[in-house]
Design a protein around this ligand. Structure first.
Ligand code: NAG
Ligand code: NAG
Ligand code: NAG
Ligand code: NAG
Length: 188
């Protein structure tokens, strides 16, 4: 079952996958009605979460300097590779955001920060429960390059830049942290 992701899933995580529909209220109905791949984490399909991500990202972008718009932190990945690899690389970057970026911003800065952090934490936990080994991607050249670009700049500047790109991070997670439709059918 779930051939595309099976090699990344530990047995416990695979069992989790089977029980997940019981845990995620409303998820089964949604998966049945939408002609899309099933997401590995519910907040990735939540339109309120999406709005908050867009809103906060735009707020951060509005605070940026001219220099900020001359570069991009988020890696430009080759999207031809296995989608779980792309997903787990971005789960690694998400983990970095949770530990190093988002903690520098509170609800004083934007009223939806707590909401964003709660949802992002949930996504991170879900992806790790589904077999993303965040540590394994620590030395991936894209992850290394991402941290190198950050380290070159002043903290305040780089925090706004990184938060301004959280919409890109969210988009990659939405697009690649999915169970392919075929696999979904056999899993049911
Ligand atoms: C976006 O954030 C602003 C506050 O910064 C708020 O007034 C507005 O309602 C928010 N919009 C959405 C769609 O959440
Ligand atoms: C975002 O913040 C605004 C302003 O406080 C609030 O009205 C809105 O409900 C918040 N959105 C979410 C999804 O928490
Ligand atoms: C996660 O990856 C690290 C580094 O590659 C490895 O040492 C560790 O054993 C992995 N953990 C699991 C649970 O696979
Ligand atoms: C899904 O199934 C179709 C037809 O059975 C097949 O052609 C396609 O390669 C499959 N896609 C994946 C991602 O396995």
């Amino acid at each position: 079952m779930i051939s595309a992701v099976a090699y990344l899933l530990r047995p416990a995580a695979a069992a989790m996958l089977v029980f997940l529909p019981l845990l995620l209220i409303g998820w089964a109905g949604q998966a049945a009605s939408l002609p899309v791949d099933r997401s590995l984490s519910q907040p990735l399909r939540n339109s309120e979460t999406h709005k908050v991500v867009q809103n906060i990202s735009q707020h951060a972008q509005s605070l940026q300097t001219e220099d900020d718009s001359s570069f991009r932190l988020m890696p430009r990945v080759n999207t031809d590779q296995d989608h779980m690899k792309i997903c787990c690389l971005h789960a690694n970057i998400l983990d970095f955001y949770l530990n190093n970026i988002l903690k520098h911003r509170t609800d004083h800065w934007h009223p939806n920060m707590t909401r964003l952090k709660v949802d992002m934490n949930r996504i991170s936990e879900d992806l790790q429960n589904q077999g993303c080994n965040v540590t394994h991607y620590h030395d991936h050249h894209h992850a290394v390059e991402f941290r190198r670009k950050l380290a070159k700049r002043a903290l305040e500047q780089v925090i706004n830049k990184a938060v301004g790109e959280i919409d890109i991070l969210f988009m990659y997670l939405q697009d690649f942290c999915v169970i392919p439709k075929n696999a979904t059918n056999t899993a049911n």
